[in-house]
Write a protein that binds this ligand. Structure first.
Ligand code: ATP
Ligand code: MG
Length: 153
């Protein structure tokens, strides 16, 4: 069944905002008229629960997280942007490796599996993932997925 990405993302935002309470403020925005997609909802859930939980976990109190969706030209572009601790340049190349965690995580717990799973989910959808991050400034993860991920028969 087709999935409405705008509804999907805004519901996920509500769930994460409820669980984060006043620790952070999550702002969702959507651009584009056609947000219907043929995508696997479980894979999308896996991708964005990991990205939103990272954004919350690696941010300090009272910070803002922006979750943006842009649908155009047959592509959905999703952006999760935070104002958290960022990722040191020297750690960035290994981020999608299993069990890899950056050197600045301190006491924050994690297995280092989330992003490697996200990368696999994006690849399965024929999509693309990139990020921009600066230590002590924040991180933005950008994911592009085709709105129709499988060939028409
Ligand atoms: P888990 O498997 O529980 O998600 P994790 O969060 O440590 O554990 P990943 O989600 O794979 O693992 O992230 C890998 C590493 O990338 C993290 O340990 C952290 O160092 C860094 N990282 C990921 N997202 C962010 C972010 N939004 N801000 C700062 N660092 C991040
Ligand atoms: Mg994680």
């Amino acid at each position: 069944a087709p999935l409405n990405l705008e509804n999907f993302c805004s519901e996920l935002t509500d769930i994460f905002q409820l669980s984060a309470g006043n620790q952070c403020n999550i702002i969702f925005s959507s651009q584009g008229e056609h947000t219907q997609a043929q995508m696997d909802e479980d894979l999308l859930n896996c991708i964005f629960t990991n990205l939103l939980s990272n954004a919350i976990k690696y941010s300090s109190q009272n910070s803002t997280i922006w979750f943006d969706l842009i649908c155009k030209d047959g592509l959905a572009t999703f952006q999760v942007k935070d104002q958290g601790m960022g990722i040191p340049l020297k750690d960035q190349a290994r981020l999608f490796q299993t069990f890899y965690r950056a050197s600045n995580v301190g006491v924050i717990q994690g297995t280092g599996l989330g992003l490697s799973i996200v990368k696999k989910c994006v690849d399965l959808h024929g999509g693309h993932i990139q990020f921009e991050s600066k230590q002590d400034v924040g991180t933005t993860v950008i994911i592009t997925l085709p709105l129709r991920s499988f060939a028409s028969r």
